[in-house]
Ligand binder design. Structure first.
Ligand SMILES: [Zn+2]
Ligand SMILES: [Zn+2]
Length: 571
């Protein structure tokens, strides 16, 4: 699909126009078009062939021509001209949270700083303090923003890493030299973001496999090349991909070893020693160096007297003891999910209609969906007035008459106000089937105040779920400083669920927080917060977080059937 490329060029054009100080509407038009094109499910090339580009929302004649330029010539004249004028490093600077085009332009004009690295140095050496309009506070914010940006750069989000890993696996698995192949490492443990990709192969001759690996077209450069292992940088995202090749009889032991985590491996090795064995990446050996197990992971676990430990649990959080005493939880699975309780529609800032959301939910095999649009005060997200709520609930009532065995719940994502009250009065809240409450403003309040707000939302008898409880947004914003223990206590006492938001940049609660919440008796909702029906496919990401948090389907409210859920919602 060419969509990604077109979207990227439009986004860059928008940023460059902003840096030039061009008309706001023109800047916004390119940015808007980039977002729309990125979300399209059909290839722009096919749409262009039908002559239907201008039928896409936000694409007029001028933008359609530019899309055609990109389809035929890989670029468009405006973009080439802008590139000559604006150094590409400035686009990177714009990605630092809190840095707008005006500041970037000012800094560049006066200092010629054109990279994040140079900016960091200038901020830390106080060189920036000499510029007009740059206050001490601005410099502090720049340093803070650079930190968030850099941490975001180091890690690749789980679904992106899976897609890249999948391309490598698909390119290698059919080679006649390759027997078994698997992804390993933190990606196999389903961490939300990873720094590299590990691939393990059992096969022969190893040299032949390495030769094929390093010359794959998806490889940008080779970092290391040995007889049984190699590291390369993938073209996409510049992520490092490590390949290791082992003999067939060691595949299970090697898979264990290279899946990790390091802490888990140490505990497992200790456990082998306690049995009088030695465990390494080649297998489990007795005192006479005889290999007792190693072909499969199952065989190794069994020999050590353990149940099979799913990769998501291998973090040294008590899983080895639980595996020995046969007390591992039966982890929640994607197929246990019966509905999505937090999606948006065109009533607020969503791009899909309620009917489209519902159709997608049914296609995913769900029994219900809660359409939760923003509340009145959130103007930037087109929050709903009383009249609009009424219209929405009428539409849902009419749609529900058409369905068998499926139900749309009329919900809201109500703002938690700065003082901890909710953005609708009780008499409005009680008319919703489901109320999700969330903080979207006043994020810079003190820890005490933010905690108090969320705690009082937990105590509201109409609030069912607290959405994205810590506010983390990878690459853009750290979690806000709140006392989660107090939040867990209130959520448990008042039977309010906390959300695992599956949006890839959020994954909030994260695994450790969700695990702590469960221990405190808190129920969890795993939702996607979709703003376009396709985003509902991200549910698996949230489920992975839940699995890493040891959740079973009994911990997750949207694993309930419809009737049970409706009873729970009565609180
Ligand atoms: Zn929200
Ligand atoms: Zn939302």
């Amino acid at each position: 699909m060419l969509n990604k490329k077109v979207a990227e060029i439009f986004q860059n054009i928008s940023s460059m126009l902003a840096l030039k100080g061009e008309n706001h509407f023109r800047v916004r038009a390119y940015e808007h078009a980039a977002g729309i094109i990125e979300d399209l499910t059909e290839d722009v090339k096919d749409i262009a062939q039908r002559g239907a580009l201008t039928e896409i929302e936000g694409i007029g004649k001028d933008l359609a021509e530019k899309i055609n330029d990109i389809i035929t010539g890989d670029t468009t004249a405006l973009y080439e001209d802008l590139k000559k004028e604006i150094p590409s490093g400035l686009l990177e600077l714009l990605r630092v949270p809190g840095l707008g085009p005006k500041t970037v332009k000012l800094i560049y004009d006066r200092t010629k700083i054109d990279s994040v690295e140079k900016l960091e140095k200038a901020a830390k050496t106080r060189q920036l303090a000499e510029l007009p309009g740059i206050r001490e506070k601005t410099i502090e914010n720049i340093i803070h923003g650079i930190g968030i940006y850099q941490r975001g750069q180091e890690a690749v989000l789980n679904p992106v890493a899976h897609r890249i890993a999948g391309q490598f696996v698909d390119s290698l698995k059919n080679l006649k030299e390759v027997g078994q192949i698997s992804v390993a490492g933190s990606l196999r443990r389903e961490k939300g973001a990873v720094r590299d990709i590990d691939i393990l192969i059992a096969g022969n001759p190893m040299q032949k496999i390495i030769d094929e690996f390093v010359k794959l077209p998806i490889v940008k450069e080779t970092r290391e090349r040995g007889p049984a292992k190699s590291s390369v940088i993938a073209r996409e995202n510049n992520i490092q991909v490590d390949l290791r090749i082992v003999e067939k009889q060691s595949f299970g032991a090697a898979l264990l070893y290279f899946t990790g985590s390091k802490e888990f491996n140490i505990k497992l090795r200790e456990s082998a020693i306690a049995h009088g064995y030695k465990l390494n990446e080649y297998g489990v050996f007795d005192g006479k160096e005889k290999c007792l197990a190693g072909k499969t992971e199952e065989e190794v676990f069994a020999l050590l007297g353990m149940d099979y430990i799913p990769p998501e649990l291998r973090e040294d959080r008590g899983e080895i003891d639980a595996a020995i005493s046969h007390n591992l939880p039966r982890l929640v699975e994607l197929s246990d999910i019966k509905g999505d309780l937090h999606v948006h529609s065109t009533y607020s800032d969503g791009l899909s209609t309620i009917e489209e959301d519902a159709a997608q939910a049914q296609a995913l095999g769900y029994r219900y969906i809660a359409v939760c649009d923003h509340s009145q005060s959130l103007h930037i997200a087109k929050g709903l007035s009383r009249n609009e709520i009424h219209k929405k609930s009428e539409e849902i009532r009419a749609l529900n008459k058409k369905y068998n065995n499926f139900r749309i719940l009329c919900g809201t994502e109500v703002d938690i106000n700065n003082d901890g009250s909710l953005d609708y009065p009780d008499e409005t809240l009680k008319e919703f089937d489901l109320v999700v409450a969330a903080v979207h403003s006043g994020l810079r309040q003190s820890k005490k105040q933010l905690t108090k707000r969320i705690v009082s939302a937990c105590k509201n008898k109409y609030a069912h779920i607290i959405a994205h409880p810590t506010g983390k947004l990878a690459g853009q914003r750290d979690a806000y400083d709140i006392d989660l223990n107090e939040v867990f206590k209130a959520a448990a006492d008042y039977n309010t669920a906390l959300e695992i938001n599956s949006y890839p940049q959020r994954l909030d609660l994260n695994d450790t927080n969700a695990m702590a919440a469960k221990k405190r008796g808190v129920k969890i909702a795993i939702d996607t917060d979709s703003h376009q029906f396709r985003q509902m496919e991200a549910m698996g990401l949230g489920v992975n977080v839940g699995r890493r948090a040891w959740l079973t389907k009994n911990d997750v409210i949207n694993c309930m059937g419809l009737e049970e859920l409706m009873k729970w919602l009565e609180k």
